[in-house]
Design a protein around this ligand. Sequence first.
Ligand code: ARG
Length: 579
Amino acid sequence: MKDSIRHLIQQALTRLTAEGVLPEGLTPAIQVENTKDKSHGDFASNIALMLAKPAGLKPRELAEKLIAALPADPAVSKVEIAGPGFLNFFQNRDALAQRLEAALADPHLAVRKAGAAQRVVVDLSSPNLAKEMHVGHLRSTIIGDAVARALEFLGDTVIRQNHVGDWGTQFGMLLAYLQDQPVECETDLGDLEQFYRAAKKRFDESAGFADRARGLVVKLQAGDPECLRLWQRFNEISLAHCQKVYDRLGVKLGPADVRGESAYNADLAQIVADLEARGLLSESDGAQCVFMDEYQNAEGKPLPVIVQKADGGYLYATTDLAAMRYRSQTLKADRVLYFVDQRQALHFQMAFEVARRAGFVHEGMDLEHMGFGTMNGADGRPFKTRDGGTVKLIDLLDEAELRAYALVKGKNPELDEAELRRIARAVGIGAVKYADLSKHRTSDYSFNFELMLSFEGNTAPYLLYAYTRVASIFRKLGKEIAEIGGQIDLQAEQEQALAAKLAQFAEVVNAVAAKGTPHVLCSYLYELAGLFSSFYEHCPILAAEDEAVQHSRLRLAALTGRTLKQGLELLGLDTLERM
Ligand code: ARG
């Protein structure tokens, strides 16, 4: 709808330009917004305010001329001037009802991508395998998964890349420790975190051990079969830990999506050689670096992208350059989205720029760092266990389910055990995911079990419950929407407000995909649930005055239910029919 209003305004501008009211050559970005207060129409544009000056007119005068020049459109019932010169568009109720009917008849809810389908690489999760996955990786995994789902729903081809840290000097220390363990490594690696800490301790305390660890790195890099075997075994176990977390979270990530840093080892020498051939390399303290004029530190000293250390070793950035080239040349991506901590923003800005200058990525490929803030504890400080250790993801999820179980049992003591567990899983895991997704990703956020498990406010329990209310209407009725005839007729104010919100779903999903911002979908679903509540209160459904009204309201309720379910699914949340 916004697009078609933009199009109407564009036509009016063209007409006014031809008539000489507007000067030639204006190409304004036409802005159309949803209004908050529906008595001011459904959409508003500030175009007359923007163009008043070049037109040499008062904004309200130009607004009048624009309205006169707007082509008629059956979807728009009237256009008014408001305040200093805003244009307010009222949508036609019948046209709106028809759009909702089209959505209801479509398994895809009439959601289409604005623009052509693309191949999109989503770089997400990407933990370091030397250690156990911790809360820091939660955000990348959850936010990346939600955006990947939105892209897929819009018809893009999504290629998930779990760029795990499976290479580097810390593996020497782990292999040395592994060699020393007489016990089966499986049992011993049950707790990776502890294993890592023990190896690190030995490394720091024993010079002999440290020497052996360094030697093992060299052997590993040289492809020594025994070292490679141990290294592979270690990574398998670590990846299995990650997979458990993904499955628990209901995230669409599997072994086939893993392409770790080590996958690029064979390309790194060539990356450095190509940079050299392009004249981009310079040596600094024996290291091979790329300097770019626009990147300097606070003192105005140039900042390097180091691609090879003095000892010949390659770095994180070198691997990222190789990965970019692979994603461009082999995966043929149109877009690559990196869901990585905001603190790596500069790394990505610089690496993207080097890749472009070196011609590692094709011209049209978009590289976008989708950064996110830190996850803090309820006290606003970085999330830690009581004794100051890192919180393991799996423990966090266990606690979420436990708390949800107690909560649900308190509300419905009569439910049987299996049902309770199922609900607790959806609510507990859903709450953790939703709490993260509902905040703007760039801000830091406080992890707080009480808030995320509340049945009030913008939370998973609230939305899951809203969905069950719709489901219960149809359960009581004993019929599905497909068996019910009639059509949507928007009379009551609450029906119109709900309808206008339902009609925005496609636009919201497109925004999530374009900007990588799932919180936009969360706010939308929260508002939708709120509007459904007022509709439900004011407009009797099963007790409606006549059949036509009942059918119309049932259709609105059905579309609300499907929109909530689909929206939650895009966020990676399982819905429940009752709770
Ligand atoms: N393993 C890295 C870390 O935990 C994140 C990798 C992100 N992806 C990338 N292509 N650099 O910090």
